[in-house]
Design a protein around this ligand. Structure first.
Ligand code: GLU
Length: 423
């Protein structure tokens, strides 16, 4: 039975790289009908914190990466590590230095059989020694990790490339303990678009920040899955069930994967489009504050559901309807409201709008088209200034729909205050 684990240290948030590692483990477990185990590597008391732990757990939950066992905490498994260390002491494979226990790494070449990279040979004679238990009696990472992977019956270790330099040390421990090691799969690092390591500027931010920016968890999973893996059928938009069906370690790339937020945004938009209007309303609600009529809100959601790429983008659009005052974008004002004659046209438009009884998109359109004809001007000469005047922006959903949803009162009031302000 396949048993994999995700073993984060709570010394930082769950970011793109660690979330991708968690996802590949989870996908492999689900694809193979195996078990996904969560282990918290919190032996470094000084650097571990509960805040990070909570963040990691809630991000995993948000992504839907449910675990079948755990979380196990290394800080609560001290006795197990000590008993294994004792075994190595008794066999004279390790020695004591004060309270610390040190392992003598045999001078030999070690072969790592990696499911992604193939065979990797490392010369262990250059290493010398490995601390198992530190002088404060806590276990060192390489030791606790091996003991837990043995004790938890882990079949496959899927983790980042950066751990290859630990794997040869860990293999020496498996040999000393006379245990057959699990299979290894080292997945490629994720790089920034300029091929450098991920940084605060590019991608190394917490998954929770993407959530706050209005990304959907399914889109995040879809995007993370493509960082170093592809289904082989050129598909990019994928639902999680499809990814599980297609996932295999064989198709994981050796080379680094590139983080690209534009692609994430695009995928997010696709996932937004795929969801029902009701689900969309449910997802965007937490982003929008204030009291409003549910029917009215749903209409706005319907208008923007086909257009936005993130939930936060939707929030910005809804602000047009919810805020009392228009926030005017300078470029929009410069471009569309400063032209000669524009205010005159808008004044006439206001007069026409005020005469409409039923303020529906169709009635607004009829009225505005009549005005265009009367003035013998092009659509854009009225539509663009009107949009900026009422929304503050040069782009929006269809202007007639926007005006109708805004309502007659608000529309006229906005035009009135604009005339007073004399842009
Ligand atoms: N705690 C280690 C890390 O966060 C786990 C490495 C491993 O998967 O063995 O990188």
């Amino acid at each position: 039975m396949v048993r994999v684990r995700f073993a984060p240290s709570p010394t930082g948030n769950l970011h793109i790289g660690s979330a991708r590692t968690a996802l590949f483990n989870w996908l492999y477990a689900r694809a193979q009908a195996g078990k996904f185990i969560l282990r918290i590597e919190d032996t470094d008391k000084k650097r571990s914190s509960d805040v990070y732990l909570k963040e990691i757990l809630s991000s995993l939950e948000w992504l839907g990466l449910n675990w079948d066992e755990g979380p196990y905490f290394q800080s609560k498994r001290q006795d197990i590590y000590l008993s294994y260390a004792d075994k190595l002491l008794k066999q004279d494979l390790a020695y004591k230095d004060g309270e610390a226990i040190i392992f003598k790494i045999p001078n030999e070449k070690i072969k790592i059989y990696d499911l992604i990279h193939g065979e990797i040979e490392v010369d262990n004679s250059l290493i010398g020694e490995l601390v198992l238990i530190k002088s404060d009696k806590t276990p060192a990472y390489n030791f606790a990790c091996v003991i837990d992977d043995i004790d938890m019956n882990i079949s496959h270790i899927i983790r980042g490339d950066d751990h290859i330099s630990n794997t040869n040390k860990q293999l020496a421990l498996y040999n000393a303990l006379d245990v057959k090691p699990p299979k290894f799969a080292h997945i490629p690092l994720i790089l920034a678009p300029d091929k450098s390591r991920l940084s605060k500027r590019f991608g190394a931010v917490a998954i929770s920040e993407y959530r706050e920016k209005g990304y959907l968890s399914e889109a995040m999973v879809n995007y993370l899955a493509l960082l170093g893996w592809a289904p082989g059928d050129n598909k990019e938009f994928m639902e999680t069930t499809y990814i599980i069906k297609k996932f295999s370690l064989k198709r994981v790339n050796k080379r680094g994967a590139e983080f690209n937020e534009d692609k994430l945004r695009w995928l997010n938009g696709e996932h937004i489009r795929k969801m029902s209007l009701d689900s969309f309303v449910k997802e965007v609600k937490p982003f929008v504050k204030g009291e409003y009529d549910a029917q009215w809100f749903k209409k706005i959601a319907e208008l923007y559901h086909p257009r936005v790429k993130t939930l936060l983008e939707f929030k910005d659009e809804v602000d047009i309807f919810l805020l009392d005052d228009v926030v005017y974008r300078e470029e929009a004002v410069e471009k569309f409201l400063k032209k000669d004659g524009v205010l005159g046209i808008l004044k006439l438009a206001k007069e026409c709008l005020s005469k409409i009884d039923e303020f529906t998109p169709a009635n607004i359109e009829t009225s505005m088209r009549a005005l265009l004809k009367e003035l013998n001007i092009k659509g854009g000469d009225l539509i663009h200034p009107l949009r900026v005047a009422v929304t503050g922006k040069s782009v929006s959903a269809g202007i007639f729909e926007v005006l109708a949803l805004l309502g007659k009162d608000k529309t006229l009031k906005r035009l009135e205050s604009l005339f007073k302000a004399k842009p």
